[in-house]
Design a protein around this ligand. Structure first.
Ligand SMILES: Nc1nc2c(ncn2[C@@H]2O[C@H](COP(=O)(O)OP(=O)(O)O)[C@@H](O)[C@H]2O)c(=O)[nH]1
Ligand SMILES: [Mg+2]
Ligand SMILES: [Zn+2]
Length: 326
């Protein structure tokens, strides 16, 4: 299969994105690749002008590419193959980017593991709602992982009880939730079996325990784990690059460096409710039919469901907030 011939082209998968180069897995070997200027294939990102920066921004971990080898360990990416799935966010605006654009985080994943810690840092539920909307929009299944379960005090603290109720509601509307602890081993088998044979993307803020979880699942590999600053409660960024890691039980997982922001990209306001599974069945049943924004209108089936306790008020407020910002 492997041809050490500079003219031969092979198919590969991008496993790591560095600043201006990529690691590509080709025939079970890791090849360091650059991108050529006249890359062919689809260009998903609006910013993908024919500049090198645009080309690099449009390619990500999980992408299947065509590679021309130069020697045994280097190559050039010559084409990007069509994607089966794309998970992205609104790119944080930096000075050179005057216009909003999508940042594709990972391509061709089957599912997303959304990671929050039960505390340290405390869960940020509106962020979870945004992750889940992005998953629904990309037709990706999502699994919620609540890490650091060893820090649950199991006492009747109001804060903890409220959070447990919110977690139960996520289960009720169809999202699996797994409690894990790398200290006690709780939930690790469940995570292994849910990841087995899949290509999963792991997302969550820095410090929630993503890399520790991946370490705990594997016997061989040791990824870099950071410390939570005891004063700010924030984690150090130790996963510095997007990276795809093979799992011992089969399948792959893409670890992300902590994302400080997660804005939704390009979900029209009138399509937002369809990305809330507990609202989906009610769409079209409002007095104003599909024109209803589910806000102040009379005869709104969604609002009625909130009153009747079928939609959690927190999720409904989250919907309204996202609608306001789209
Ligand atoms: N108590 C407790 N701490 C954990 C657990 N998992 C990770 N941590 C700690 O949380 C911090 C951040 O972990 P890390 O894996 O780097 O988080 P990441 O930024 O999401 O990859 C480290 O200090 C870990 O030791 C856990 O299950 N229980
Ligand atoms: Mg990490
Ligand atoms: Zn309505």
């Amino acid at each position: 299969m492997f041809h050490d011939d500079c003219k031969s082209e092979l198919l590969g998968v991008i496993t790591k994105k560095l600043n201006s180069t990529f690691e590509v897995s080709v025939d079970h070997r890791v090849i360091q690749c650059r991108v050529v200027g006249n890359l062919s294939g689809n260009r998903p990102s609006q910013s993908s002008k024919r500049t090198l920066a645009g080309l690099l921004a449009g390619i990500t971990v999980g992408d299947e590419v065509r590679v021309r080898l130069i020697g045994s360990q280097e190559g050039v990416i010559t084409a990007l193959l069509p994607r089966r799935s794309v998970f992205g966010r609104r790119a944080a605006l930096s000075m050179p980017d005057k216009y909003p654009r999508e940042q594709v985080i990972a391509a061709n994943v089957n599912q997303v593991l959304a990671v929050f810690s039960v505390t340290q840092p405390d869960p940020h539920w509106n962020l979870l709602d945004r992750y889940l909307v992005a998953c629904e929009d990309a037709s990706l299944s999502a699994v919620i992982c609540m890490t650091k379960a060893d820090l649950l005090e199991h006492q009747n603290h109001q804060f903890e009880q409220e959070n447990l109720q919110i977690i139960e509601d996520f289960r009720r509307i169809g999202y699996p939730v797994i409690f894990t602890s790398t200290r006690t081993g709780e939930g690790l088998d469940d995570v292994r079996s849910i990841l087995s044979g899949q290509v999963s993307l792991i997302i969550g803020k820095s410090g929630v325990g993503k890399t520790s979880l991946l370490n705990a699942l594997q016997t061989e590999r040791s990824l870099r784990v950071g410390d939570v600053n005891p004063i700010t409660g924030k984690g150090r960024h130790t996963t510095t690059h997007l990276e795809m890691i093979p799992l011992e039980g089969g399948g792959f997982i893409i670890d992300t460096p902590g994302m400080r922001e997660f804005g939704l990209w390009d979900i029209p306001a009138d399509e937002l409710a369809a990305n809330f599974p507990e609202m989906r069945d009610l769409l079209g049943r409002c007095k104003f039919g599909l024109n209803c924004a589910h806000d102040e209108e009379s005869g709104c089936a969604v609002r009625r469901a909130v009153m009747e306790g079928l939609i959690h008020p927190r999720r409904y407020r989250s919907y309204l907030r996202l609608r306001g910002t789209q």
